[in-house]
Each structure stands twice: as C-alpha cells, then as structure tokens.
Ligand binder design. Structure first.
Ligand code: ADP
Ligand code: MG
Length: 367
C-alpha cells in the first residue's frame, strides 16, 4: 500500500480538526532557526488555508532525562504563522469545539505512554481530532504513540515535507550514479553501520570523520588516545578497514590528547573526492564543530558539497544540518537544488539502510 499524503486528500477534511505531529526536538536551542520547524510550516499553512483546525504536537528532549517544555515555540509559531497560537499544558478533553485555529500541546514525552506506543494514550490523543498527519520524519523510526499507534484510530496522512523525504530518499536508494561518495562523521559508527552495510557495494568512496574515523583508525591498530570512538564496534567494521574505498583522516586538530577535527590535508583530500562525485550522501559533522576552533573541517566539507552542482546529494542529521550556520552565504537552509537536506538523522539512516520505519509503515496501513 502506498502512503496517503494530505495534499491529495484535503477535500474531505476542510473545516475539520487535525492532529499534526511535527518535530520540535532540538536540544541545542535553535528555536526559530530550527530546520525541522521550517519544514513543517508549509503543511501548517496548507491546513490553515483549508480551514482546518490544528492541534500541533511534538516531543522535545528525552523522557526521564531532560524533557523540555514546548512553551517557547508558542511565540515562535505565532510569528512564523502570523496567527495566534494557544498553548496547553494538559491534554484536553475536547478541542474541536474551541475557537482557536492553532493549538500547541505540551511535550508529548511528559507522558509515559508516548514512548511506550501505548494504545490508551494514543486513543486519547486521537479522540481530539478528525484526522492525523505525520510531518515528523525524524521520529518515524520510533515506535511512539503519536507516530505509530495513533494511526490505528484516525485516518492518517503524510505531510508535505514527509512526501519530499520519502521521494528523495527513495530516488537515491533506487539509482546511484558513480562515483558515489558516502561521508560519515558525528559521534557513533554504531548508528551508521546499517547504511554502510546496505550501500557498501555501490560506494566508490567512504570518507570518514569524527567518532567513525577514530573507530576505523583503532581497527587499523592506530591509537587515538582519549578521542571519541567505539572500541566494541571494531569487530563489526574489520571487513571494511583495508578496502581501497575507505578514506581516513591523515592529519587532525587535537586538544588534550583528543582528536577534535580533521586537519588541512584531510580537508583538501576530502574536498577533491567530493568535487569528483556524482552522488553524495553525508551524515555527521567532521569534528566538534560547536567550538569554533574545531569547526573548520565541517565548514569546509559543507563548502565542498555546496560547490558540487553536478551531483545528486542527500545530507541529513540534526547536528549536520545545524552546522550550516557556519556558512554565512546560506540563509535559512536555502540550498542549491541538487542538494536535499533531510530532517532525519537516525530516521534517514534507517531508511537508507532499508529498515522498516514504524512511522512510515503505519501510514501505509489503511482500513
Ligand atoms: P547528526 O546529528 O548530524 O546525525 P551525530 O549525532 O552523529 O550527527 O553527531 C554529532 C556530534 O558529533 C556533534 O555534536 C559533534 O560535536 C560531535 N563530534 C564530531 N566529531 C567529533 C570529535 N572528533 N570529537 C568529539 N565530538 C565530535
Ligand atoms: Mg545528532
């Protein structure tokens, strides 16, 4: 069954109430500058144009760890939408009868049922609306009540941006023009191994930075000291480390015995590979880019990727996207047309690894 998208089905829902799941989870305080928020706005505006009442819901932070309030997004949404937004802390009994066009519900992860994919909780959420839209691609790999179970109780659709995610990722999965370069950086190789396993045969170059690079270096017997890595993953990557496809950093920026960025020679080497690629997938910053002195690697990789107008390029990851702020000429994530910036990190990786994503699969099951 194909996914049903709201674009093609809005007629039936004019004047009705929508439970709209979006993703406002950005722990590092992007707020109004959040890419995930930006990509949800077209769906919200589309619903408003069609006189739909909207209940917006999201998570932010982790249950039991640091769930954060969504209250700051009330004002941000009001400014972006130019419409009053009501903020509610508790899950109400009814919302269809209210005057408000847009209501923002407090963090779903304040409730235990959300991450448990609890039926009762999902039913309670569903009772508030006439239909459901998923515009939260970054959480589609999570079996959460507002992503998965809720679709049992309401007619369910993908949002405008979710459609772009699925189409762009499907396209790059189906056909890859060589040379194909996969760039992996960020924190953990364990998060990214599924993609590597799935795409390995098609890859011409694997360019590594961050924790994944350190783990590969360790697998080759090179001591990376206190740098981030996952020694327990060495066994799983052994089969790849000696391949000619693998490109590792030759020089680094370090502090207190930790590798915190790739060095100038590596930047040059990786930029050349990127320049000559016809297909690129990138996830994970090259270093601790949040600190200016370790941001150059990530910044230069962004420059190189933006500079290649001839390749089909897919980039994803919360931090990878937020590192775009290092490139002043790119305003509001407006990238060249050949680049698709996915909102997903884990979800993008899972999708590209051919895993079934509950939030996508559930959208396909129609009664
Ligand atoms: P994304 O969110 O884009 O998917 P990850 O979550 O995998 O990326 O990892 C991003 C984080 O990895 C960033 O916060 C960055 O600071 C960190 N990082 C990358 N390289 C290093 C490094 N060498 N040392 C410490 N942290 C690093
Ligand atoms: Mg991340």
């Amino acid at each position: 069954m194909p996914i049903k998208y709201i674009e093609d089905n809005i007629r039936e829902y004019e004047g009705k109430t929508c439970f709209l799941r979006i993703d406002l989870n950005e722990e590092k305080g992007e707020g109004e500058k959040s890419y995930r928020l930006k990509t949800a706005l077209p769906t919200i505006n589309f619903l408003l144009e069609n006189k739909v009442k909207i209940l917006i819901a999201s998570h932010r932070g982790r249950y039991g760890k640091n769930p954060l309030s969504l209250k700051p997004f009330q004002k941000i949404l009001e400014e972006k939408l130019d419409t009053p937004v009501k903020f509610i802390k508790e899950i109400p009994k009814d919302i269809k009868g209210t005057e408000e066009k847009v209501t923002l519900l407090e963090n779903l992860r304040f409730h235990k049922g959300e991450e448990k994919n609890d039926s009762k909780f999902a039913k309670k959420l569903a009772s508030l609306a006439d239909f459901y839209i998923n515009e939260a691609f970054p959480v589609t790999h999570r079996k959460n009540a507002s992503v998965a179970k809720i679709t049992r109780f309401l007619p369910s659709f993908g949002g405008l941006h979710l459609k772009k995610e699925v189409n762009n990722l499907d396209k790059i999965k189906e056909s890859v023009e060589p040379p194909f370069t996969l760039i992996l950086g960020g924190a953990k190789i364990s998060d990214k191994l599924g993609v590597l396993d799935n795409l390995w045969e098609k890859i011409d170059n694997l360019a590594l930075g961050g924790g994944p690079a350190n783990t590969f270096l360790e697998a080759k017997g090179i001591n990376t000291g206190e740098s981030i890595k996952e020694k327990e993953m060495i066994k799983k990557i052994k089969k790849y480390v000696d391949s000619e496809k693998v490109n590792l950093p030759d020089d680094f920026k370090k502090e207190n015995g930790q590798i915190l960025d790739i060095g100038k020679e590596t930047i040059k080497k990786y930029s050349e590979i990127i320049k000559n690629s016809k297909t690129i997938i990138w996830n994970g910053p090259m270093g601790l880019f949040e600190k200016e002195e370790f941001s150059e690697g990530t910044k230069e990789i962004w420059q190189a990727v933006i500079g290649n107008k001839e390749s089909r390029t897919v980039i994803g990851g919360g931090e990878t996207a937020s590192a775009l702020k290092l490139i002043p000429k790119i305003n509001n994530y407006e990238l060249p047309e050949n680049i698709f910036l996915s909102t997903g990190g884990g979800a993008m990786l899972a999708y590209l690894a051919n895993k079934k994503l509950p939030g996508i699969e559930y959208l396909k099951k129609h009664e």
